[in-house]
Unconditional design. Structure first.
Length: 558
């Protein structure tokens, strides 16, 4: 990563740009300049493959910038006195142009638990969204998408066996492209995706993968049993580490500070320990399974929204009768009809607003959590407006595929990929994402809806296509991943509890959160439900630890 902001006369080429055959190009700058000269900026970005972030001056003096389809590589930029600066990190550009902390970005963080692009934590610094390019010309910046998902489903009779063969071939090729000269291993959570990558590694490399897993000494959070099943099945060179609450005390400040803006995905800590374990074993590159759920329909919310879709498809005359009948206080108080009333109430909310029904900030009440001075300076409706804008970009797709496209932006590009890339970078290893290989992504968009979500069966095609390859226990297991038992630990571990109390107290002193809320959260609510309220303790603790390192003097003026 570049550790300095680059002026307009410099250039940036990061990641691995690939040619049309998927091979890494030897000279990224020469390749990109040739693409732009031949095809123009937008088409050049669309033709490029791999994970990349590029910025360079064109022959006419304008500046071209682009990031890959999922923003595996990031590019941030800012303008000061008519001069464009760019770098891979927002804090680098922010320091170069003397930017202050953006209060709206902090609100977005509390809402999303990350700060979605194009906003960053710094005023005047933006991050190029996934699958976007930008042109800086004559003191003006134009930002546009160069690619959007196109779910053109296969027409006519579909042969499952031929699709299965094509899928396995593409998957093997995607894994093979990620193998290089350095020692390469695999994250292994014991889930479907990481197990698939680990198994396919052995098939294409000719020898079993080195796999790395972490566990937790907390009931309901440890999945090492499934990781061991996959490791035995594929004969991997398996390595494990049990993360403890003491590890969190020791490592959380460094992990929080490492990111270029507050980042609240609590799986970042487990991912860091897994990457650190791999590095200590000599691995320099890791393959991750991220993307399988979002490409092939594996998240439970897809099935849940299909149920709500039944209400969406009702004729208007039926809705006019059903909705008033069940969506009222009287029905909600009747035990046998309470669930029906809740269903109707949620179903009446249009997408994507419906997916924020359980937003933690809203459920707790932002007026109860945040200070009046902070709320006066932010727009509480801005996050939902952005979500609606992203939602309509896939307007021609059905409900399921619109959710997938939405998740490609918010779940992958803004959350899961930065989680893995950021912590791996801190552990000094690089990461590859075979599931996000362009050919595999294009294949997923051709699959019919019923192959992704069959009735209420999640990722039906993916699992059936790998039946016999993956262990049966993993095919039927419930999704879990590297979830961190932070709430349980912060409630029961005195040192971790003290760290969180101090961090939340300092955040209240900065004028962001109310001191009364902090006291109630730590003294009462956390004990009532550690898993639920622990999430708020986590995101507030991470915010303070980040501010402490990047903006120690920050305070909301009353």
């Amino acid at each position: 990563m570049n550790d300095r902001a680059l002026p307009v006369t410099a250039h940036l080429f990061e990641g691995t740009t690939r040619d049309e055959a998927g091979r890494p190009v030897a000279n990224a700058e020469q390749h990109w300049r040739g693409l732009v000269r031949q095809h123009g900026p937008q088409r050049a970005a669309a033709l490029a493959r791999g994970d990349f972030a590029v910025a360079f001056t064109l022959d006419d003096g304008s500046v071209f910038m682009a990031v890959d389809r999922f923003a595996v590589r990031t590019l941030c930029y800012g303008v000061q006195h008519g001069v464009l600066s760019f770098a891979s990190r927002a804090d680098t550009v922010g320091k170069a142009i003397g930017a202050e902390i953006d209060l709206q970005a902090l609100y977005d963080y509390l809402y999303f638990h990350v700060i979605p692009s194009p906003r960053t934590a710094f005023q005047g610094v933006q991050r190029l969204p996934a699958a976007h390019f930008a042109l800086w010309r004559d003191g003006r910046l134009e930002v546009k998408p160069y690619w959007q998902p196109d779910f053109g489903q296969t027409a006519g009779k579909i042969s499952f066996s031929s699709l299965k063969g094509e899928f396995q071939t593409l998957l093997a090729a995607a894994v093979k492209r990620q193998l290089g000269g350095a020692k390469t291993g695999c994250f292994l959570s014991g889930g479907t995706d990481s197990s698939t990558i680990a198994g396919m590694f052995g098939r294409v490399a000719g020898s079993p993968a080195s796999t790395y897993s972490i566990g937790f000494e907390a009931e309901g959070y440890d999945e090492l049993g499934f990781a061991r099943i996959a490791a035995r099945h594929f004969g991997t060179d398996h390595h494990e580490y049990y993360v403890t609450s003491a590890d969190i005390v020791d490592s959380l400040p460094a992990v929080a500070a490492h990111y270029d803006q507050p980042f609240g995905n609590s799986s970042a800590l487990p991912a860091f320990f897994c990457a650190k374990l791999a590095r200590e074993d000599g691995a320099a590159h890791l393959l991750a399974g991220d993307g399988g759920d979002e490409l092939f329909g594996g998240n439970t919310r897809y099935a849940k929204q299909r149920v709500f879709g039944v209400h969406d498809d009702l004729p208007g005359v039926v809705k006019s009768f059903v909705d008033p009948l069940f969506d009222n206080a009287a029905m909600a108080s009747v035990p046998g009809l309470r669930k029906v009333a809740s269903y109707v109430r949620q179903a009446k909310v249009a997408m994507p607003d419906r997916m924020q029904t359980y937003n933690l900030l809203h459920r707790l009440g932002q007026e109860e959590v945040l200070t009046a001075a902070f709320l006066r300076r932010v727009d509480g409706d801005a996050p939902l407006r952005q979500q609606r804008e992203v939602w309509v970009q896939a307007a021609n797709a059905g409900l399921l595929n619109r959710q997938l496209a939405y998740d490609w932006r918010y779940t992958l590009a803004e959350c899961d990929l930065p989680k893995v890339c950021g912590t791996a970078e801190l552990a000094r290893v690089s990461v590859g994402f075979p599931m996000l290989d362009q050919d595999l992504v294009d294949f997923s968009m051709r699959l019919p809806d019923r192959y992704k979500l069959r009735g209420m069966k999640l990722r039906w095609f993916f699992k059936e296509a790998l039946r016999g390859f993956l262990p049966d226990e993993i095919l039927v297991k419930k999704k879990h991943g590297f979830g961190l038992p932070f709430g349980v630990w912060v409630h029961g571990h005195p040192q971790l509890n003290a760290m969180a109390r101090e961090a939340l107290g300092e955040l209240a002193g900065r004028g962001v959160v109310q001191a009364g809320f902090v006291k109630a959260l730590m003294d009462e609510r956390l004990g009532e439900h550690p898993g639920y309220f622990g999430e708020m303790v986590w995101i507030l603790t991470v915010m303070e630890l980040w501010l402490r390192h990047h903006a120690p003097g920050f305070r909301v003026e009353s």
